[in-house]
Design a protein around this ligand. Structure first.
Ligand code: TMP
Length: 215
C-alpha cells in the first residue's frame, strides 16, 4: 500500500491524545492560536469528525441512545478516519499546513483495543488501512489521575463516557502502555495549571516544528 508520509516534508502533523476530561482539546486550541501568532498556517481538527461525513458519524457514535456493537463501533471510527485523512488531513499537510488533530489512531487502540478488548492486531491493521500509513510527526499525550477525572465530571456524558469504571480504567491503562512505548512523546500531567501546560507545549512543539521544517 502506498505510504503518504514519504517524500519531501511540507507540513507537520501534530496529534493530541489522552483520556476524556484531560484538557487536551483546550490545550490543542491554545497551541493552534500560538502557532498562528508565530506565523504558521494551522488547521485544527478532530476525531471522530473533522469532515461533514465524519461529523455525522460522530453523532451516531456519541449518541447515548444508540446501542452499538464493539466491531461496528470500531469500523465507524475507522470510517470517519478514512474520510478525514483523504478529504482534509493529507491535502492540508501537502499544502504546508500544520495540522493539529484532537485524537487519532492511538485513541482507537486505547478505547476499542484496550477498552472494548478487541484484538489489538485487528485495531492496528484497520488503523493502517484507514490512514494509508499516515503517522503523526509530533504526539502530545495527556495523563489524568482517577481523582482528577472524578473532579472534572460535568454530568453531560456522551455514550463512551457513560461506560463503567472498569472500561475507563482499561482505557487509561491502555493509554499509559502506548505512551510508555512511544518515542519522543510530549507527556503532560493534566493536573497542572492550564497556562503552565500551554506554555510548556508551545515551547516544546515550536522547537520540534522548526526542526522538522528545517527553519
Ligand atoms: P472527544 O470527546 O475527545 O471528542 O472524543 C469522543 C469520544 O470518542 C471519546 O470518549 C473518545 C472516543 N473515541 C474512541 O472511542 N475511539 C476513537 O478512535 C476516537 C478517535 C475517539
Amino acid at each position: 500500500m502506498k505510504k503518504v508520509n514519504g517524500g519531501k516534508k511540507k507540513g507537520v502533523f501534530i496529534l493530541f491524545e489522552g483520556p476524556d476530561r484531560s484538557g487536551k482539546t483546550t490545550q490543542a486550541k491554545l497551541l493552534c492560536d500560538f502557532l498562528k501568532k508565530s506565523g504558521f498556517k494551522v488547521l485544527m481538527t478532530r476525531e471522530p469528525g473533522g469532515t461533514d461525513v465524519g461529523e455525522k458519524i460522530r453523532e451516531i457514535l456519541l449518541d447515548p441512545s444508540n446501542k452499538i456493537f464493539p466491531l461496528t463501533e470500531l469500523l465507524l471510527y475507522e470510517a470517519s478516519r478514512a474520510q478525514h485523512v483523504f478529504e482534509k488531513i493529507k491535502p492540508a499537510i501537502d499544502k504546508g499546513y500544520i495540522v493539529i488533530c484532537d485524537r487519532f489512531t492511538i485513541a482507537t487502540m486505547a478505547y476499542q483495543g484496550y477498552g472494548r478488548k478487541i484484538e489489538l492486531k485487528l485495531v492496528k491493521d484497520l488503523n493502517d488501512i484507514a490512514t494509508l500509513g499516515l503517522k503523526p510527526d509530533i504526539i502530545v499525550g495527556f495523563k489524568i489521575s482517577d481523582e482528577e477525572y472524578e473532579k472534572r465530571n460535568r454530568g453531560d456524558n456522551d455514550r463512551i463516557e457513560q461506560e463503567d469504571e472498569d472500561f475507563r480504567r482499561r482505557v487509561n491503562m491502555g493509554y499509559s502502555k502506548i505512551f510508555s512505548k512511544t518515542r519522543d512523546i510530549v507527556l503532560i500531567d493534566a493536573s497542572k495549571p492550564i497556562h503552565k501546560i500551554s506554555e510548556y507545549i508551545g515551547k516544546v512543539v515550536l522547537k520540534k516544528v522548526k526542526c522538522l521544517l528545517n527553519l
